[in-house]
Every structure is written in structure tokens, then in C-alpha cells.
Design a protein around this ligand. Structure first.
Ligand code: SAM
Length: 217
């Protein structure tokens, strides 16, 4: 009951008040309980306006930045989405509430294992999991089938990984924090018939994306 009202306040004061209007995004935030994705000892902070530690020196992102990235992507019910950086699985669940399929990649095995256990327990059937380097995207099977309508990267890269732009479907969108290790810009890349269009959606701070097409460890 207490979590329910904290969640409603989070939506009202952190999301709607700052310009999140996408009804699908707001409904997903109201459906997925953020407190289930944070460690027991900090559950009382679950609806705060901040990132929180989830162990392994990683964080569950600030709710507003997750909502903003999802809103910018203009998610649709028919979308196939690639998520890089599963972390706690919270954003994975939010995406799975809206889109047809979510393919999620995480480089820390303990995190992807606990996220998969939790999301399975919660009954999600439209999520596919991979332990590995997400800078290379989703590598299984036929490359032509590995095209995504939307790609969301929840960690910061020095440059845009070419493997990810290469896995965008026509008219697909990729959103990725890009910059140095301390401060980045949210960059959106849209694939069109005439090439890739880049737009900048403002400043942000994310943990580093570590891998072949990201930062070195
Ligand atoms: N969206 C997550 C959530 O809701 O909890 C938070 C993601 S956290 C800010 C960033 C995650 O990206 C970390 O779990 C980190 O281990 C992961 N990461 C960093 N580099 C990666 C890579 N090359 N491939 C996959 N995951 C990566």
C-alpha cells in the first residue's frame, strides 16, 4: 500500500511534472513495482528521484531518465526491442509491458541471472536474455533476423558502436548515452532510406559501457 502511493507520487512529480506524456510509458511505470528490483536494505528508497546501487558497482537508473529514453523511442506494441545493460531488469520489465519482444544483454553474469529469475517469477514471457558483450548487439542466428525496431543502451559509450547501428531495422531508432566516462549526451540515431540521422537529446550521466566497441575495463 505504501509502495503503491510512492509509485503514484513518482509518476506524478518525477515523470509527468517533467514532461513525460506518453501514455504507454506512464502505464508501464504504474504497472511495474520498482521496489522489487532493488536490494532489500534500500527498498525504502525505491521510488526516490535517483539511481540506486544494485551491487557489482552498477545502478538501477533514475526513473525520469528511463522514462525519457522510452518516450523518445516512441515504442509501439509491434516493436522488437534490443536492450543493452539489463542491470536489475527494471527497464526490461517496463519495455516488456509495451512492446512485442525484448532482447536484453548484460555483461555481468550475476546481474543477468537474478534479473532473469525475477522477470520469470513475475510472469514475463516476451523477454530473451543473453550474457555477453552488448556493444556487439545480438549475434545469434541469421543476421537478417537480428534487426530491431528500437535499441536502448543503458550505459555510456565513447562512440556509437557500429554493430548496434548495423542491427537497426529500416526506420528504427537507437538511443545511447555518448561522451566521456563522467558526462554524456543522449544521442538518438534513426535509420532512414537516405542514411542515419543523429539528434542530441541533452546531457546525462551513466555508468560506462564496457566492451569491444565501448570502453576498455
Ligand atoms: N536498465 C538497468 C535497470 O533498469 O536496472 C540499469 C542498467 S545500469 C545503469 C547499466 C548496465 O549496463 C550495468 O548492469 C552494466 O553491467 C551493463 N553493461 C555495461 N557494459 C555492457 C556491455 N558491453 N554489454 C552489456 N551490458 C553492459
Amino acid at each position: 500500500m505504501k509502495h503503491r502511493s510512492s509509485c503514484e507520487n513518482m509518476i506524478k512529480y518525477q515523470l509527468v511534472a517533467r514532461g513525460i506524456t506518453d501514455e504507454n510509458v506512464l502505464k508501464a511505470f504504474s504497472t511495474v513495482p520498482r521496489h522489487r528490483f532493488v536490494p532489500d536494505e534500500i527498498k525504502y528508497l525505491a521510488y526516490n528521484d535517483s539511481p540506486l546501487s544494485i551491487g557489482e558497482e552498477q545502478t538501477i537508473s533514475q526513473p525520469y531518465i528511463v522514462a525519457l529514453m522510452m518516450q523518445i523511442l516512441e515504442l509501439k506494441g509491434s516493436d522488437k526491442v534490443l536492450e543493452i545493460g539489463t542491470g536489475s531488469g527494471y527497464q526490461t520489465a517496463l519495455l516488456a509491458e509495451i512492446v512485442k519482444e525484448v532482447y536484453t544483454v548484460e555483461r555481468i553474469s550475476s546481474l543477468i541471472r537474478s534479473a532473469e529469475d525475477l522477470l520469470n517469477n513475475m510472469g514475463y514471457k516476451n523477454i530473451f536474455y543473453k550474457f555477453g558483450d552488448g556493444t556487439l548487439g545480438w549475434k545469434d542466428g541469421n543476421p537478417e533476423q537480428n534487426k530491431f525496431d528500437k535499441i536502448i543502451v543503458a550505459a555510456a559509450a565513447p562512440d556509437i558502436p557500429e554493430s548496434l547501428t548495423g542491427q537497426l531495422a529500416m526506420n528504427g531508432k537507437l538511443i545511447i548515452p555518448t561522451g566521456n566516462r563522467m558526462y554524456q549526451q543522449l544521442v538518438v540515431i534513426t535509420r532512414t532510406e537516405d542514411g542515419y540521422i543523429h539528434t542530441n537529446e541533452g546531457g546525462c550521466m551513466f555508468v560506462p559501457l564496457i566492451g569491444d566497441e565501448g570502453w576498455q575495463e
